[in-house]
Write a protein that binds this ligand. Sequence first.
Ligand code: NOJ
Length: 735
Amino acid sequence: MNKRKMLGGLFLGFAFFSVAASAQQPLYKNAALPVEERVNDLLGRMALEEKILQLNQYTLGRNNNENNLGEAIKQIPAGIGSLIYFDETPELRNAMQKRAMEETRLGIPLIFGYDVIHGFRTVYPISLAQACSWNTALVEDACATAALEARKSGVDWTFSPMIDVARDGRWGRISEGYGEDPYTNAAFCVASVNGYQGNDLTSADRVAACLKHYVGYGASEAGMDYVYTEISNQTLWDTYLPPYEAGIKAGAQTVMSSFNDISGTPGSGNHYTMTEILKNRWKHDGFVVSDWSAVPQLIAQGAAADSKEAARVAFNAGLEMDMMGRCYDKHLEALVEEGKVSMERIDDAVRRILRVKFRLGLFENPYTPVSKPDERFLLPQSKAVAERLAEESIVLLKNEGGILPLQSASAKTIAVMGPLVDAEMELLGNWHGHGRAEDVYPIRKALQEEFGSQANLLFHAGCPFDGDDNSQFAGALEVARQADVLLLFMGERHNWSGENCVRSTIELPDIQSAFIAEMKKAGKPIVLILANGRPLALSNVEPLCDAIVEMWQPGVPGGKPVAGVLSGRVNPSGKLSVTFPRATGQIPIYYNRRKSARPNSGKYQDIPSTPLYDFGHGLSYTRFTYGDVSLSKTSVAAGEKLVAEVSVTNVGERDGAETVHWFISDPACRITRPNKELKHFEKQFIKAGETKTFRFEIDPMRDLSFVDADGQRFLEPGEYYIMVDGQKVKLEIHE
Ligand code: NOJ
């Protein structure tokens, strides 16, 4: 479009506006009308410059992520589409929103986004831990809590959930997702989208969700961030896309394009993923925002020669909003004039952004009601959800001789040591929003409350997180010798995982391993309690420990949930959402690798080829026995459904919760399959002595079909297996 036409449009827009305004309020301001009608009306009134401004996102407030500092924006145009909002009070938002509402011709509200990753102020466990709870309802509640705190603080939109399937523990961002399995990521994605968005986005306590990072960001080579990823189309469809498809079906309003180059076409310039799949096939009608500066980074990736070309490539590929890239605001107008970007594409993009703004009710309620921090943050019910989620996320990895829970008779003196004991900040985990160390329940306090009346607690720092300072070892050994049992709190600092926080090895740092070995000299039982943001390779310390408790980074509940596990007040019910290898060299390692030509060969010379702890591993203080799996039918047609059932009995002395994982297996298929693939899971609380039935309603078209390299779904007649807890039951799909 040339300038004359544009100005003509602008003039006509003004003329229409003045006539309409005298008669009635513009249609787009009428909340009673359907969103699409309002969007069309508003779009019809907008000039090209106004439209282009909507396609940009800058920042407001102080950023606390050192990877994303960006330039300071002093003069934010009032008509900008969106801001990342780093503040935690409504006031700054409202002041900026006032400019958008009052200083622009059409009064289009801004949408304020923020990274609410695992809580806003009430920080709950990292996502990798959440998935170990296998409790989607609880994760939904936690996300609803985060949504409430965020929306009441001036945030309309969270850049969450991260649903990047990740199989490399070195990659720091493995902490932000739900582990190695596509189905698990899909299930928790749906739960979190439901929690954030609820049924009504206009509510004062819900926010729009953003699925990220689209797509394949977790396939990072060597665990490095931002790098090239090698993903065949088959693997894209089998592994990386399913969580996104589930999130779109659940109604997620937005998607964030990824930094990674997907086998030659970066995620942020990828027409196949952003337009053909997301919009044409899945009918997503919201918008795609880039990751931070991902548009100009197309130049670094070699996909564009300059920022103008980057804008063209990204925008035409289907990326609607440029986060901090400053490419769209600079170049889109010229690209339209040159005919390199069509007006249809501009309108489609703006329409998508406006749609989300209307759905959030921002035109009716552009401002955030001012409230006191204690009216929205750390409410008792919010903390209760975080605490329960942290309890259910804890995974008991090892419990030799039933050393846990600690018995008052045999644990009269307990030594508590390790770098995590007084390190509240580390328990928040990475990317903890507005969480503060002072909100975290200290481990020391939790243990004193849990055991103080029945045991003598001896605290000692023991060793640092890393480095080579072993000056405290001797003192710690003295303390250890006086104790009946040693609780060693070890692991990672909060900033050892997260964006651009990669480790080349995932073993415990040498100083921590050496400390455990030193404490072994005391000859007392050792309980290793771990807080970390990735799977760890523990084979050098595992033989030294009687029990190992993976508490992850729990957020504000801090030491309380794990204290409950140690005392037995809480019966652990978490199971791993990610495989724990024996050594870093096994990476990538995951349960659903495609089959090997020689299943019993392919061994390492130096270590067993199996994981140290499998996906789904997790012990309890009670024992569950499984009955035989039954199928309502053993031979069905493709369109016929059936039900698999298994009864589980708690044969131990304590009440507890059990998660049943239902896997399927296709022994022969035209596209090879893994040995087993998770298709359903369910967690139930079972009292001691009770039996509960677990069901899996199998829809063959959904659960036994696969996709080809272009996402076309097919279901082959033949043999399948339904697998639960070591059982394998045959099922036939007939023609
Ligand atoms: C970069 C990160 O990759 C992404 O996850 C985040 O949402 C954006 N920055 C915005 O902070």
